[in-house]
Each structure stands twice: as C-alpha cells, then as structure tokens.
Design a protein around this ligand. Structure first.
Ligand code: ADP
Ligand code: ZN
Ligand code: ZN
Length: 726
C-alpha cells in the first residue's frame, strides 16, 4: 500500500497523507480527490511514500486519482514550492489557485468537442487505399476521402461528414491511421519583415548567443525603439530549436495587439493566449496545449507564469516595470520575479523589456547582476522623440481641466487631421462630489475613500469596493443645493471637449468603456483606421500601444503624484509620462507633448523633457539609498485586517512581540494603512526590512510559524514580500 502526500487548498501549510490502492510511483503531480473533514476536495499529489506519521487506523483512502491528463511536471512543482516558501503562502493554495478552474473540480476533465485537437492522417494512414474499405461502408470511405483532401479535420468538420463518422475515430486512431495534430493557422498574412537597426542587431545577437543558459537581460529601449521586433527575432531563434517561449505582459488589453503581431509573423506556429479574460474551457484548452508542448508561444498575463511548459526555452517579460505583475491580494507574488526564478531553474534566458526599468531592475543592471542591453534610438528613422513642453497652470488658468494653450494645440492638431490624446493621471485622483459651502464630500460607507463621480449615469461609485449610489440633490450636511464635482474625471473632460470641438470625433477610454469582450479590439481598430480625432484616457492608454497617427499628447493632473507619500510615486509617474509621451510621433508624424503643471521646474519634469531616464533614476537611487528604501533594502509587510482597527493593531503588536529579529532585521511599529477602511474592513500593517534578502527570508519563515500560533479569530493576516503598495 502506498501513501500519497497531497497539497490541498486550505490555509494550513502542510501536506496531507492518504492511502491509495491504485497509486504508483509515477503519480506525483496528478490531481486527486480526497475526503477532508466532511467534505470532498481535490488536491495535487506532491509525494509518494511507504511511510506516514499518521496512525494507520486514522489514514483515510482517496476517492479517486485523476489520470485523464498528464501530471504537473516536476519543474513546475518546484516553482510552486519556491513560490510557497518565498511568499510564505500555503503550498496547496499556491498550486490550486494557479490551475485552470476546471482542474480544481472534484471531477475528471471531459474535454468538449471544441477543445479537441484536429485530426490528420499519419504516414501509415496516407498509404491506405480507398478500395481497401468495402463500398458498403460509405461513411468510412467518405471520411477517408475527406482526410485525404484536407491537411487536418476538426471534430466539427468530421461530424458534418456524417454523425456516424465520429464513431470511427477511436478505431482509426488505434490502427494508427490518424492522430491528433497541433492547430495550424491557415491564414498566413504577408508581412513585411523590417531590416534590423544596428542596435536591434546587437540586442538580438547577444541574447540568441546565450539561449542555452540562464541570464537575465534587461532590454532597456526607448519608446518606439522596436523592442517587439527584437522579441520576434529571439522567439524565432527559440522556435528553430523547437523550444517554447513564454511571453508575459501586464495588461489583458495589450494582448490583442501583440497576439496579432505574433500570429502574423509566426503564422504556422501554434500560439495560445492565456489572458485573464478567458472562460474556463478556453483557459483549460490553452493550458493543456502548453502542457503537451504543442503550443510554442504562450502569451499571457501574470498567472501565465504558472503554465506547465515542457520545452520552455525563453521567457520574455514585456513592460517589466509594470506593477500589474504583482498580485495585490491572496498570494501576493510578482510574476516578473517568478519568471526570473523559473528561468534560472530551467537554465534559459529571461528578457525584461521596458522603456522605463523599475529602479530594482535598473540597479541590478548597472551592478552587473543583470545583463544590460540598450536601444537608444527609435527604429523608424523618420520618427523623432516627441518634444515635451509645460503649461504653467498658475499663469494659464484652466477651465474644466483644460488650459487655453492646450485647447489651441488641440485645435491645430484637428485642423491638420492628426490624432491627439488627452491623458488624465488618475493615480490617487478622481473627481469627487464636494460641497463648497461646508466642505462635505461624498464618502463610501464601507471604505475610507471618497466616492467617485460618474457624471453620465448620475452615480457615485466607490472604486475600491464597487458600492454605488445616486447623486444627492443637496448637501446632506448643510442643505446647500449647489454641490458640484471637483476635479477632472475622464467624463468631465469629455463633456468639455465635446463643447469645444463639436465636430471632432472623440473617444473616451476607461475601465467602463473597455469592459465588454472585444471592446478593445474595436477601439484599436477605430484608432488605427483614423475614425477618432481625440482620445481621452487614463493609465490604460499609456501602455505599449502603437498609434501611428498620434501627434499631440496633453497631460492633466500629473502634479498629484509629485508629492505623494508613496516613495515609488515619482518612479511611477516618470514611467507613465514617458510611456504616454512615447505614444506621440511614432511613425511619420512629429510628436508633441504638453503637460499642465504648477511646478514646471521640478527635476522630474526636467529629466522628462530631456528624455533622460538615467538622470532621474540616479537621483531617485540616491534618495532611496539615503532614506534606506528598496533597492537598497528588502522589505516585507505583515498585513492584517478586521472590523475594528484596535483589534488589528493589537494583533500586530502581539505578532511583533513574538518576533526575534536579528541584528540584520529592522522591525517597525504597526501603522494603519493609508486607505484605512476597505470593503468594510479596517487595515494596518507592520513593515520589516533588511539589507539581506536571505536573512529577511530566514526571519520571515520562523516568524510566520509563530504568528500562526496566535489566536487570530476575526483577523485576516498575510505576509506581503517585496510589497509595492502600502
Ligand atoms: P517599442 O515597443 O520599443 O516601443 P515597437 O516595437 O512598437 O517599439 O516599434 C515601434 C515601431 O517601429 C513599430 O511600428 C515597428 O513596426 C517599427 N520597427 C521596429 N523595428 C523596425 C526596423 N528595424 N525598421 C523599421 N521599423 C521598425
Ligand atoms: Zn454642505
Ligand atoms: Zn467602498
């Protein structure tokens, strides 16, 4: 009798032993359904043993080991282990949450027809003569002819031949006549492959020369320098070695554009897109194609870092600085950092691409821990970097957020039939409802945040918890009827622009307008075919998109990030302004950026105007070193929440009391979170830092076990390693 050791998705970090009559030593990585308390749950077999600590009479038997799909490969189980240890999160939770939802069920997988692979004749099958099938087997003959005429047939196509045709498939598979085949894209498009610039050649040759071993490359290329083309060439090289490439991107909205580029270039290469907008079946199908090694290019958002990839040969993390790579609840992992771990374990290169490296990556690159590659000029010769100018809003008063010089520039741009973009920096900023006579503002009942005005639907919404309510008629505090939105939201700016330019085609892009499936595809199409004159948008628009007709970018509200309490605010603002400025002037149209500000002399703005990433990065690094912030130290937070802040702070104090920090560890006092209340819970955290990552990890591992011994009823707590939000 073998004992199987199972990882289950429960908040205790241990494996559970069961007996399984039909287990074999090859079952590690398989799904298994087991009794747990009174419930039935599904976990993953992590180990197989002949011994157990559990008294044999207490050992339960498994219900069922699922064998319909291959086990999770050991390399991926390693990644889960590392992730569990590094982020101090129960292993079962790490594994189960990373799996496609359909694999978390207590049921075997039934692959629907649509998820089955197309079939095609094998070499043996091609030799079968039609006359060897008796004429009365009409369906069989028709099916064989259909196979002979098409490279491959899908299940649907086979059913159309005859409902009975599908019954023949199993037998023919057994006879070795037909076999499942990877999906081939049948619509190759002619694409023009550009001649690489000298800088691109250098990037491609250096990376491809090292495809056989681990290296972290920081590909720091200014906006429009052609990083995508570099990716394409390295992927091509990986493909020629029959290797899989994992491409991680921060935003689901970026996937259609990149997917289209990849499909056009690699039209016969199976590609799957594992973004967060897939339904369960789609995700499972893509995951299985990746697991079987059939999908050669795997494009995905952060969760895709956990895809099983037997032939992984290259990882690309596009826009590596983007904070979306870090999950902000539950298992707070960084997909970028896990990608680097995975590359090291697999001994393959990982390429971090960006126009504005995170300070952590930049620091590693200048210190030689990463290999540094730079692309300093734009790939399209005629494309120049945009000119950046500031509009001093102390001199030029703005109305509805728009100053006179900006309106003039928009008008000029319209008359020249170019596109323009109004970018609204919304980080920590949104229009709120304010009573100017008593100072009342609309607050969310459940969170300590202000409600955001949605002018069009006459609604107030909480952007933290989703709570919605109607506009009050008058100030609930003083009865004043003249309460008005304060600040510029996208909708308010849109109304103002419509009033100024009634004939212009204006498109607002925000979370609301992009929620629908395919909304982004339609929007991008409209922009590319020049059905839009003025775009209005937030951070969503800043990332990676290529808008060839765009010549003017206007930026509102950038100042709100200059004096933030978050030490990463400047870094993020700079990255964002660089990104959004980079949208202008990408092809044959000269780009122009206007930034409305009260602080035109701020060093950050100066560096931006000079397109001087290094100058700002050096300044920020010096500040961080003096203040003792990352990348000079490593941080972790103990986060806790409960209905009452007193309980939370008390819990954190107890936890601090249990800690036995060594010299190398700094433990701070518990503090309430900036956003104290969220979804009805009050939150606080405790910061721990160290100049040694290793020492911090050792400390956290021990501390984690001790915190677990605290009675923490009504408290939810978690460790956040390498936190990026406070
Ligand atoms: P990045 O991602 O670095 O901002 P992109 O990869 O979007 O830049 O490239 C910017 C533009 O330059 C794209 O339109 C792309 O087709 C074009 N491009 C890239 N490489 C070359 C090249 N070697 N020659 C001409 N055009 C190029
Ligand atoms: Zn009032
Ligand atoms: Zn709320």
């Amino acid at each position: 009798m073998l004992i199987i050791r199972v990882a289950l998705n429960i908040p205790v970090d241990t494996l559970f032993d069961y007996q399984a009559e039909d287990a074999s030593m090859h079952d590690i990585g398989l799904r298994v359904c087991v009794p747990f308390g009174k419930k039935k749950i599904t976990g993953i077999i992590m180990a197989i043993s002949t011994k157990t600590q559990v008294p044999i009479e207490k050992l339960k038997s498994v219900y069922c080991i699922f064998r319909e799909i291959n086990p999770i490969p050991p390399a991926l189980l390693d990644l889960f282990q590392f992730c569990s240890q590094y982020y101090h999160h129960p292993l079962g939770g790490v594994i189960i949450n990373s799996l496609p939802a359909l694999l978390r069920n207590n049921k075997p997988i039934k692959l629907k027809d649509s998820t089955q692979h197309p079939l095609g004749l094998t070499n043996l099958g091609r030799q079968i003569d039609i006359t060897s099938i008796p004429a009365r087997n009409r369906v069989a003959r028709r099916l064989l002819i259909a196979f002979q005429n098409a490279a491959q047939l899908t299940f649907q196509q086979i059913k159309q031949i005859s409902p009975r045709a599908s019954k023949l498939l199993d037998k023919w598979k057994q006879l070795g006549w037909i076999a499942e085949q990877p999906i081939i894209n049948t619509t190759p498009k002619a694409t023009i492959i550009p001649t690489l610039t000298a800088e691109q050649v250098n990037a491609v040759t250096t990376v491809t020369a090292g495809l056989e071993r681990f290296n972290t490359w920081l590909l720091h290329g200014i906006t429009g320098s052609g990083k995508t083309e570099v990716y394409l060439r390295i992927i091509e090289s990986a493909l020629s070695h029959d290797k899989q490439t994992l491409v991680l991107i921060p935003e689901i909205n970026l996937t259609p554009q990149l997917e289209a580029v990849f499909r056009a270039r690699f039209c016969t290469t199976p590609l799957v897109n594992l973004h967060s907008g897939l339904n369960d079946t789609e995700r499972l199908t893509g995951w299985l194609q990746a697991q079987r090694g059939e999908a050669k290019i795997i494009l995905g958002t952060r969760l895709a870092v956990f895809t099983p990839l037997p032939k992984l040969g290259l990882i690309i993390v596009d826009e590596e600085h983007d904070s979306s790579f870090k999950q902000q609840d539950g298992l707070r992992y960084s997909a970028r950092d896990l990608a680097i771990f995975r590359a090291r374990k697999t001994n393959i290169p990982v390429v971090l691409g960006t126009a504005t490296p995170s300070l952590e990556s930049y620091f590693n690159a200048i210190n030689g821990r990463y290999q540094y590659i730079r692309l300093n000029s734009r790939a399209v010769q005629s494309a120049k970097l945009p000119s950046i100018q500031y509009i001093d809003t102390r001199i030029h008063k703005s109305q509805d957020g728009l100053s006179e010089p900006l309106l003039k520039a928009l008008e000029k741009c319209l008359s020249e039939k170019h596109q323009s973009l109004i970018f609204i920096n919304r980080r920590g900023y949104a229009p709120v409802l304010l009573c100017k006579s008593c100072g009342w503002s609309a607050l969310c009942q459940r969170c300590s945040s202000r409600l955001v005005v949605h002018l069009r639907d006459k609604k107030l919404c909480c952007h933290h918890c989703g709570h919605e309510e109607k506009f009050p008629r008058a100030c609930p505090q003083c009865g004043n009827q003249d309460i008005a939105p304060f600040g510029q939201g996208t909708q308010r700016v849109e109304e103002a622009l419509i009033a100024h330019f009634p004939s212009a085609r204006i498109l607002r892009i925000d979370r609301d307008s992009t929620r629908r499936k395919n909304a982004w595809k339609e929007i991008l199409h409209a922009i590319h075919t020049h059905q839009v004159d003025i775009l209005i948008g937030t951070q969503l628009l800043a990332k990676g998109h290529d808008f060839p007709n765009l010549s003017l970018v206007g930026i509102l509200n950038a100042d709100t990030s200059l004096y933030s309490t978050d030490f990463r605010a400047s870094e993020r603002l700079f990255a964002q302004l660089m990104q959004v400025s980079g949208r202008a002037g990408r092809a044959n149209v000269a780009g122009h950026v206007l930034i409305q500000t009260e602080f035109p002399d701020h060093p950050l703005y100066y560096a931006l105007q000079q397109h001087d990433y290094d100058a700002l990065a050096q300044t920020l690094l010096t500040e961080r070193e003096v203040a003792g912030f990352p990348p000079y130290v490593y941080q972790a937070l103990l986060r806790a929440e409960a209905h009452n802040i007193k309980v939370v702070l008390n819990f954190l104090k107890q936890a601090a009391h249990l800690a036995k920090p060594t010299q190398a560890i700094q433990l701070f006092d518990p503090v309430p979170a900036q956003l104290l209340r969220l979804k009805g819970m009050e939150r606080a955290y405790l910061l721990i830092q160290s100049t040694s990552r290793k020492q911090l990890q050792t400390f956290l591992a021990e501390w984690y076990m001790q915190i677990n011994t605290l009675s923490a009823r009504k408290i939810r707590w978690t460790l956040d390693v390498d936190p990026i939000e406070f």
